[in-house]
Write a protein of this length. Structure first.
Length: 125
C-alpha cells in the first residue's frame, strides 16, 4: 500500500513539473530568425542551415525558394516545428549546460522558412 501511495505521489509531482515546464516553454517565440550557411541535404526540398552560433536547423519552405541560396550566408525567419517539444528540449539543454553537465549548448531544430535575406554570396564556415 505504501508503495502505491509513493508511486502516486511521484506521478503527481512529475505531472506538475511537466505542466510547469510546458508553460515555461511557451514563453519562447514560435518564430525565430537564424543567420548562417545554407546547405542542400539529400531530402527533396529540405536544406540544412548551419547557424553562426553553432546551432543547426533543418529548413524547408512552401513560400520561399531556398535552392538559389545554397552556399550563401542567409538570415532566415521561420516557424519552429513541434514548438513545445523543441522548447522543452532547449530548456533541458540549457539546464544541463548551466549545471556543467554539457560543455556545449548547440541546438538542432526544424524551421519552416517564411522569409530569407541574403547576407553574403559565400559561407565563411
Amino acid at each position: 500500500m505504501k508503495t502505491i501511495l509513493l508511486c502516486l505521489a511521484l506521478i503527481c509531482s512529475m505531472s506538475a513539473w511537466l505542466l510547469a515546464s510546458a508553460n515555461e516553454a511557451k514563453d519562447k517565440p514560435a518564430t525565430r530568425t537564424v543567420t548562417g550557411c545554407l546547405q542542400k541535404t539529400s531530402e527533396a526540398g529540405e536544406f540544412l542551415l548551419q547557424a553562426n552560433d553553432g546551432s543547426s536547423w533543418e529548413v524547408k519552405s512552401d513560400t520561399v525558394s531556398l535552392a538559389p541560396h545554397v552556399g550563401h550566408t542567409i538570415s532566415a525567419t521561420g516557424v519552429v516545428s513541434h514548438e513545445t517539444a523543441h522548447n522543452l528540449k532547449e530548456d533541458a539543454k540549457e539546464t544541463a549546460h548551466d549545471a556543467g553537465i554539457k560543455k556545449e549548448n548547440k541546438e538542432h531544430g526544424h524551421l519552416k522558412i517564411t522569409d530569407v535575406q541574403m547576407v553574403s554570396e559565400s559561407c565563411s564556415q
